[in-house]
Design a protein around this ligand. Structure first.
Ligand SMILES: [Zn+2]
Length: 376
């Protein structure tokens, strides 16, 4: 009797073990299968989080057929994922923006095509796109945003400016990005950090207490006899250039250099007394708006002629200044953009790389700035 009971017990233990074992094996197999699926997605570039969501949403085959795709990855990582928009996610060019998927959904809702949405995302940051997605579908998307540096947030200003002036899209975008649709000296941008590529003009200004880095005096031999100062980097480049010119029998000197805010105030007053306010308005930068306050600009003269533009030094500078990091800041061809009349003597240090580009392309510093430096 006892024997029989023992046998029965043994049998049921064996059965239980078999069942538990079977379940374990099944679970292991399932886990291995799951891991394999996830790893397959990870191996082609999807994050672990995205891969899990791809798996549980039964979209693995779809995603594998597309391959690596950053926008899809972002979609499957996002709470904003909408299955209806899956094909669009796969076709829209990715941008590193926090709410990219939410914004894509909103733009699809507004009726933009996938390629239009790619274009929109490329012309603003996350916040700009979010704001843009709230407005009704715009009329001139491709006209303005096929220009690389067009900004989403400037759209209304582009439309207004081109309507008012009849300018083409490229000029409109350039001018509006430079705030030239605003009056000179009105609602201007404060530039507070010194750098050799800083932009100062009638729309970008310096504070009254702005002083350039490393102000140094220029060796008297290379001045008009008055004390001339500039930022060390510009002064060193000027001396190198002046010595090279000297090697060719030419004499370059600095006639005017760093001017403080207060110096510029006095200068404006002097000219106003001499020639009147309208002269100052047209030809002299207001305090805070003169590049001379950066310590990077020099008015250059020659030892051979009182009229620089008629000197050999002037011609030499046109051909060689860029090799030392200087540009002719207010060329005749750029008067509309710089908003200063041609000044053959006014050179600005921007560094060799930028100077070379500007020299070769024959553009103004404003145009360079809009294309390569403007971060706003
Ligand atoms: Zn000057």
């Amino acid at each position: 009797m006892v024997q029989k009971k023992k046998m029965k017990l043994k049998k049921s233990v064996v059965v239980t073990c078999k069942i538990v074992g079977g379940i374990l094996v099944f679970c292991c197999a399932l886990f291995l299968f799951y891991s394999y699926q996830i790893n397959q997605l990870v191996s082609i570039g999807y994050s672990k989080e995205a891969s899990k969501n791809i798996f549980w949403r039964w979209k693995k085959d779809y995603v594998l057929s597309i391959g690596e795709n950053q926008t899809l990855n972002a979609a499957f990582e996002s709470d904003d994922y909408l299955e209806d928009n899956l094909d669009s996610y796969a076709k829209i060019k990715y941008q590193d923006q926090a709410h990219i998927i939410r914004n894509i959904n909103a733009l699809i809702e507004k009726g933009y095509s996938n390629s239009n949405i790619s274009m929109i995302l490329a012309h603003g940051n996350d916040e700009d796109v979010s704001e843009f997605a709230k407005r009704d579908k715009i009329q001139y998307l491709e006209e303005f945003y096929s220009i690389d540096y067009a900004k989403l947030k400037n759209y209304d200003r582009y439309v207004d400016y081109s309507n008012e002036t009849g300018e083409d899209e490229e000029t409109t975008v350039l001018y509006v990005n430079l705030d030239m649709d605003k009056e000179d000296y009105i609602d201007t941008t404060l530039v507070s950090t010194f750098s050799t590529d800083m932009l100062v003009n009638k729309h970008f200004h310096l504070d009254s207490d702005f002083v350039p880095e490393n102000l140094v005096e220029v060796d008297e031999e290379y001045t008009n006899g008055e004390v001339q100062r500039g930022s060390k980097v510009a002064v060193s480049a000027f001396l190198e250039m002046a010595k090279a010119a000297e090697g060719e029998g030419l004499g370059l000197v600095i006639n005017s250099s760093y001017r403080s805010y207060q110096d510029q105030e006095e200068l404006c007053q002097t000219y106003a007394d001499l020639y009147g306010d309208s002269y100052v308005e047209r030809y002299v930068a207001k305090p805070g708006y003169s590049e001379h306050q950066t310590g990077l600009s020099f008015d250059i003269g020659s030892t051979s002629s009182n009229i620089f533009a008629e000197s050999e030094e002037y011609t030499w500078m046109l051909d060689h200044a860029y090799q030392y990091g200087f540009i002719l800041r207010f060329p005749k061809s750029g008067e509309d953009i710089t908003e200063f009349r041609n000044e053959p003597w006014h050179y600005r240090y921007v560094g060799k790389k930028i100077a070379k580009y500007i020299h070769e392309e024959g553009i103004t510093y404003e145009e360079y700035y809009v294309q390569f430096l403007d971060q706003n």
